[in-house]
Design a protein around this ligand. Structure first.
Ligand code: ATP
Length: 292
């Protein structure tokens, strides 16, 4: 379990990048880290990886302050990426494996498995610079995974990828999570985060403004009722809580709270009810509300 406790980071002359960020990611959880540009995601990840030092707060790993040696067991995909453009794909992966202390036999085995799993077999002898963005990202993931990390921390691993590459990466991350590894990744692709993650943290201006499972966040936001009535009697929704809008000859009423059945009775009396249902907010809506 990774716990981030009260991280604060101020850059230069008073730029507060983090102002008390806290969250926890247990073993086997896929945690989506979301927030507007400049919210503090990369800074948080860099502190976890020891690239930056926090001014205040702690990073706790399995109940104790994270050590340098433990950090070496983590896999990291930095925002700035970190591949050697002139190196061949296979050599690159091997190089990072050796940096993590693996011997030649172990590196070879892990490299072959990853290359196959990530669909890079045809590209193993190509230089990194000759690869498409999507294939470079696959190599970057292979490099982060070569030492069978105990935690994965990935800064926007899905950015710029086509849907097939997204599926490959997502499946590989899910495999790791199923094996008990906490997986943390940042992304601006909220539909993707909603689809892939067990839990989500929304950071805004250096603070965590909402976190929990997607279900918990949806429940906290509250359910809403949507009613569509065709050719309704004018004024039928007067006095009902909610917002009424027009869509051609239909009225669309959105109600938060209130008595569902009373709304239904009114709608049935008013005209032809085409839709009546409780809807839960999407992560995009929750995000907009949380960072507003
Ligand atoms: N080295 C630095 N020096 C000064 N300010 C910095 C530095 N690194 C980050 N910042 C500032 O800290 C804030 C948080 O930046 P950070 O990169 O963590 O945000 P982010 O959530 O990852 O954004 P994005 O989604 O755009 O990648 C921003 O205002 C950024 O300009």
């Amino acid at each position: 379990m990774l716990e981030i406790r009260g991280l604060r980071k101020v850059f230069g002359a008073g730029k507060v990048a983090l102002d008390g960020v806290s969250f926890a990611v247990p073993a086997g959880q896929m945690f989506g880290f979301v927030g507007a540009n400049g919210a503090g995601k990369t800074t948080t990840m860099r502190i976890v990886m020891g690239v930056l030092q926090a001014d205040e707060g702690e990073v706790i790993w399995n109940g104790r302050p994270l050590t340098f040696a433990e950090r070496r067991t983590f896999g990291y995909m930095p925002e700035e990426r970190g591949l050697y453009q002139k190196m061949r794909v296979g050599e690159q992966i091997d190089y990072f494996g050796r940096l993590h202390g693996l011997d030649a036999g172990a590196v070879g085995k892990a490299r072959d498995a990853l290359i196959g799993r990530l669909g890079l077999t045809e590209r193993v002898n190509d230089t990194v610079e000759s690869l498409s963005l999507g294939n470079q990202q696959r190599v970057q993931l292979a490099v982060a995974l070569i030492h069978d990390p105990e935690l994965l921390i990935l800064d926007e691993p899905f950015s710029g990828l086509d849907p097939i590459a997204v599926d490959v990466l997502a499946e590989v991350l899910h495999e790791r999570a199923r094996g008990g590894v906490p997986v943390i990744f940042s992304s601006h692709q909220l539909e993707l985060v909603e689809r892939l993650c067990d839990a989500v943290g929304i950071v805004s201006a250096g603070s965590m403004v909402a976190s929990g499972t997607v279900d918990e966040l949806r429940d906290a936001e509250g359910r809403r009722l949507r009613v569509v009535v065709r050719e309704p009697k004018p004024g039928w929704a007067d006095g009902l809580p909610g917002e009424l809008s027009k869509d051609g000859d239909r009225d669309v009423l959105t109600v938060v709270g209130g008595d569902d059945q009373a709304v239904l009775r009114r709608a049935v009396e008013a005209g032809h009810v085409e839709f009546f249902g409780v809807e839960r907010p999407t992560l995009v809506e929750i995000f907009r509300e949380a960072v507003a």
